[in-house]
Design a binder for this molecule. Sequence first.
Ligand code: NZQ
Ligand code: ZN
Length: 391
Amino acid sequence: MDNFRFHIPTEVIFGRGVEDEVGAVAAKYGTRALLVYGQGSVVRSGLLDRVKASLEKAAIAVEAFGGAQPNPTLTHAEEGVQKALSFGADIIIAVGGGSAIDTAKGIAHGAANPEHPLWSLWTKQVPLTKSLPVGAVLTMPAAGSEMSDSAVLTNTDLGRKAGINTPFNRCRFAVMNPAYGATLPPYQLAAGVTDIMMHTMERYFIPDARCDLTDEIAEGLLRTVIKNGATVVADPSDYDAMAEIFWASSLSHNNLTECGRGKDFSVHKLGHPLSARFGVTHGASLAAVWGAWAEELYRDCPARFARYARSVWGVDEADDLSAAKEGIEKTVGFFRSIGMPVTLGELNVGVTADDLRQLSLDATMNDTLRLSRIRPLDAAATEKIYRRALS
Ligand code: NZQ
Ligand code: ZN
């Protein structure tokens, strides 16, 4: 087991009706709240008004800033920074999914450091040494941003989707009422289920370190998401199944499943260029490449893939290579069964063989970054995976 640090400062308030508690918890951190939301689902559900009322009851002044889009942009976050500054916000609260939360995190960093361009903080050309407190009222189980130390924005000028990991990204509180998941479209839910699984799998397929407890937590989480994920995609009004998925979303990406092992996020690095250049929904970008990624790497560590197949999918096969292959097939089959694309072609966004070199250069930062701790993948190996994923 490798050395690790584990510190999660996020207060979780979970269950039916908890949105009415936002004011009480936010009052610990601020008196002027900028509410950040997306394209309007929280207006239609009435959640935004309930959150506003709860904040005002706690004597917190409120200003709203909507318009975060899926794969949120740097430009929009920069607009939010100006709004936060002119309002004098001392706390930023997201109401929505990962896109609203990541925008809120960007606004918090930018508003606390107005003398620096947000992108220079985001890319660590300027060290981030302070930020404003951020809270989240979650409506969608997927990104795990409500407890994660990361945030992702797209710089549309550069065609680059980039994340930043920093303790300043940890929300002070996450308010989660799974009942709000009932209005999610099946495709978004399926993409969310895929993303949740992937956040644990990106920490699981790391060879060598022995971590029995972390493995058991990861495998239990994956089994829970597979079982309840299929249920919520079929019936998003199933509260108990949705509650399992909401909770799994937070635990899958708060570092719990990497203790003693670490992570590499190689599949995410393959997915982000597809979102940046083709606007692909995040979870779908991962489903479209995972099978090709696994096919490329499972022979390098068959025992790890075989353990996954047996523990998560109940594969009953003594030979490691055969078990590993069956586990991969079952995973891809599951993604397909919940309506996810499992090839680049199925994304239906027009990716062709001519795009693969550029995507590989994007994923490897012009061939300077090596993906995967199973085997370092350069741009050529990355292109091979994209090619395998084409159809
Ligand atoms: O914008 P609105 O109108 O709210 O609609 C959203 C959006 O269209 C809708 N939605 C959300 N909750 C809903 C709902 N519709 C009906 N009922 C509800 N209860 O769903 C759509 C997708 O929302 P979005 O916030 O984009 O989804 P998600 O939570 O998957 O976030 C995706 C973003 O998070 C990033 C992704 O890259 C992507 O940009 N990630 C952030 C991470 C982090 N900060 O730790 C980690 C992840 O790996 C991921 O990269
Ligand atoms: Zn993700």
